[in-house]
Design a protein around this ligand. Structure first.
Ligand code: NAP
Ligand code: ZN
Length: 356
């Protein structure tokens, strides 16, 4: 008889799971695999709340398997390593982002782009196997998918592991990191505020394009943006026409792309990182007239994720976070839905997650 999931996963774990499309998260007991030869097991201290967690607990993307334990911005301290682990030892500070596996053989993997491997394994809600994320007390992952947490970064900066890399990677890959360029950031949430910070660190001029006039003062004074456009005000959009070299669009819901394409100069690039549940409409003429480009980008590979962490540590770039207790998670989801967060919730798992 084949071994049961519990036999193959003898390590008791505890966290928060949603069990249906209401997305309501409740205390949940489950189990994880024993630490394998190449595995790192760690105690979770902090886990960020990404809008992708919200999309998936409510099955907005259509592929959620319940029960789902979300969380892919996970930071903690190593408790145990397997006999063949080379990079880590007990006591090290580490992180796990959106990936815990890939084929390690395909062209993407060979080029440090595990994030584009067709067999990549997601940290939770993976399509092919059962994985549980970081709203939980412990994690275990192959050391290849574990990153070293720089000593000078606070551990509550966990959102770097998704919000950070998802905005750092396209700014670099699409060449939107050249000093003097003018970059737009659409949606000032978890991803958007990190895009502003990296774009500024690369020496570009930054315009935030937002639906929330209430975020203007903070965007300019605290996050360092140069300009702020309210996207629902046609006059403000008109004034910004043909001024941007590139745009990082982080919006989580269906929204109009036409005004954004208009904001781009000729040859400007509109990079989509947000993942709304329904398709968006693209008008062709404004794209053709100016040889403009629309592209997508998904997190980053393991090598680039470590590079982004080291860059963030060196330049003192950290997310603005609201640290909340684990049992605040459902309230945090309700507030995230309303874009009511400055600018990322982080669960204080280490101090507040208590086994039932
Ligand atoms: P978030 O914190 O909720 O930020 C999204 C922002 O979008 C909001 O703060 C809001 O900014 C704006 N927005 C929300 N609804 C809008 C609407 N109807 N029209 C226009 N703007 C709206 O979410 P997040 O965690 O940054 O994630 C953003 C998106 O990226 C999600 O879809 C998520 O799944 C996706 N994601 C993708 C990747 C990837 O690898 N590509 C990685 C992580 C997340 P304003 O108040 O400023 O308008
Ligand atoms: Zn995420």
């Amino acid at each position: 008889m084949a071994a049961s999931h519990e036999e193959e996963h003898p390590v008791k774990a505890f966290g928060y799971a949603a069990s249906d499309t209401s997305g309501l998260l409740s205390p949940f007991k489950f189990s994880r695999r024993a630490t394998g030869e190449k595995d790192v097991q760690f105690k979770v201290l902090y886990c960020g709340i990404c809008h992708s967690d919200l999309h998936q607990i409510k099955n907005e993307w259509g592929f959620t398997k319940y029960p789902i334990v979300p969380g892919h911005e996970i930071v903690g301290v190593v408790t145990e390593v397997g006999s063949k682990v080379e990079k880590f030892k007990a006591g090290d500070k580490v992180g796990v982002g959106c990936l815990v596996g890939s084929c390690r053989k395909c062209d993407n993997c060979a080029n440090d782009l595990e994030n584009y491997c067709p067999l990549s394994v997601q940290t939770y809600n993976d399509l092919r196997t059962t994985t549980y994320g970081g709203y939980s007390d412990i994690m275990v992952a192959d050391e290849h998918f574990v990153v070293r947490w720089p000593e000078s970064l606070p551990m509550e900066a966990a959102p770097l592991l998704c919000a950070g890399i998802t905005t750092y990677s396209p700014l670099k890959y699409f060449g939107l990191d050249k000093p003097g360029m003018h970059i737009g950031v659409v949606g000032l949430g978890g991803l958007g505020h990190m895009a502003v910070k990296y774009a500024k660190a690369f020496g570009t001029k930054v315009t935030v394009i937002s639906t929330s006039p209430s975020k203007k003062q903070e965007a300019l004074e605290r996050l360092g943006a140069d300009l702020f456009l309210v996207s629902t005000d046609p006059e403000q959009i008109k004034a910004g026409m043909a001024t941007l070299d590139g745009i990082i669009d982080t919006v989580s819901a269906v929204h109009a792309l036409l005004p954004l394409i208009g904001l781009l100069k000729s040859h400007g690039k509109l990079i989509m990182v947000g993942a709304p549940e329904k398709p968006l409409e693209i008008h062709m003429f404004p794209l053709l007239m100016g040889r403009k480009l629309i592209a997508g980008s998904c997190i980053g590979g393991m090598k680039e994720t470590q590079e982004m962490l080291d860059f963030s540590a060196k330049h003192n770039i950290t997310p603005e976070v609201e640290i909340v207790p684990a049992d605040y998670v459902n309230t945090a989801m309700d507030r995230l839905k309303k874009s009511d967060v400055r600018y990322r919730f982080v669960l204080d798992i280490g101090k507040t997650l208590k086994a039932a």
